[in-house]
Design a protein around this ligand. Structure first.
Ligand SMILES: *Cc1c(COP(=O)(O)O)cnc(C)c1O
Length: 375
């Protein structure tokens, strides 16, 4: 059997190892926050935002941000049905209700018209998740938010490197959250970051992030409120600093991998991939193939072909409303339909052309076989 092709794996060089080793050996005492401060500064500069707080996860960053907005029992938060559970879990933990709306068939992100319809007097936030690095229609979402006095939050966990008309994903909403989990474009193993341009929100989340201890508080061990403990360690931040020095390379390589797939799969009829409309550049976290229903390709046949070829291929996110803990909402037709005919392709930075060719050949075999059956 040919060697396994993994769908993601981090890009780690001597630089990451060197910084992590330095943090482990020397990053204590006076220097215990050095890499964290550096990492936050580098991330702010990259994104063009005023404030950043490194966290232990994106989930934690979302949890604290929404807690700071006062979201709690009785409140509703609107998000796309197509999503990873991490965006919905903090809403539930805060005692609020996630409201799942359908996605657009081309970007696989929130449908703004349906967002507007879903707004009630209880709506406290809209979360724009930039799925697989594709971009939400931010102009419309921000306009809807403004018209109704509802903040738009960006879950940009998958969208490092994605640019919407000159603005980076994560920098446009009231706050943004990123993930540095090992599968993401930039990694610290586990980790995340909260970003905002709002000084008051920043102070509030900073206090929450330090177990409720305000930075102006002169009494030692004196929390002013019950907060959270979602901090990034200095050792994780050291790896992050190395990754930030390589950020353009990391994003560039992801884009190159998507382009390679896109060019070589263009001739397959009935197949679409991550869209990149005018004015938008995507970070290309997760190259994804969606087949037309007419192409007669089933998810089962795709998955089977990849297993046989020893290639990791991930299923498209299940609609959250199909999970047992939420109310079933098959009326979100696009979100319920696309996973039946879509697959994520391997895209780790070190993937070779030969490995991508193997993925492409596997896809081609399934599609050509399917169209032969159709005739
Ligand atoms: C990965 C991911 C998260 C969760 O990130 P963690 O760092 O694992 O908490 C949240 N939202 C989306 C869209 C993600 O892809």
């Amino acid at each position: 059997m040919k060697p396994r092709i993994y769908y993601t794996k981090p890009s780690i060089t001597d630089l990451e190892v060197r910084y992590a080793t330095d943090a482990a050996a020397n990053g204590w005492g006076d220097r215990c926050y050095e890499y964290i401060n550096r990492f936050e500064a580098a991330f702010k500069a990259h994104l063009g935002v005023g404030y950043a707080i490194a966290t232990s996860s994106c989930t934690g960053a979302l949890h604290m941000g929404m807690a700071a907005l006062g979201i709690g029992p009785g409140d509703e938060v609107i998000l796309a049905d197509t999503n990873w559970i991490a965006t919905a879990a903090p809403i539930v933990h805060l005692g609020a209700t996630p409201v799942f709306v359908d996605i657009l068939p081309d970007t696989w992100c929130l449908d703004p018209a349906l967002v507007e319809q879903a707004i009630t007097s209880r709506t406290k936030a809209i979360i724009a998740v930039h799925l697989y690095g594709n971009l939400c229609d931010m102009d419309r979402l921000l306009a809807i938010g403004e018209a109704h006095g509802i903040p738009v939050i960006e879950d940009a966990a998958e969208a490092i490197g994605s640019i919407y008309h000159g603005k980076r994903a994560g920098s446009m909403g009231l706050f943004g959250a990123f993930s540095f989990h090992g599968t993401k474009t930039l990694t610290t193993g586990e980790g995340g970051i909260f970003v905002t341009n709002d000084p008051e929100l920043y102070e509030h989340v900073l206090t929450l992030s330090n177990h409720g201890r305000a930075r102006g508080q002169t009494k030692q061990f004196w929390p002013d409120m019950v907060g959270f403990k979602y901090k990034m360690s200095n050792i994780q931040a050291a790896i992050g600093c190395a990754q930030m020095e390589r950020i353009e390379e990391l994003i560039g390589r992801k884009r190159e991998i998507l382009c390679y797939y896109r060019e070589r799969l263009a001739s397959l009829s009935g197949v679409s991939m991550n869209p990149e409309p005018a004015g938008i550049a995507i970070g290309a976290w997760m190259p994804t193939v969606v087949s037309d229903t007419i192409a007669n390709v089933t998810l089962a046949s795709l998955k089977h072909a990849f297993v046989v070829a020893n290639i990791d291929a991930r299923v498209f996110f299940h609609p959250l409303s199909s999970l047992p803990m939420f109310e079933s909402q098959p009326s979100n037709e696009v979100a319920w339909d696309i996973p039946r005919r879509a697959i994520n392709l391997p895209s780790y930075h070190d993937i070779t052309d030969e490995e991508q060719d193997r993925v492409i050949a596997t896809l081609e075999a399934v599609f050509i076989h399917a169209s032969a059956r159709e005739e």
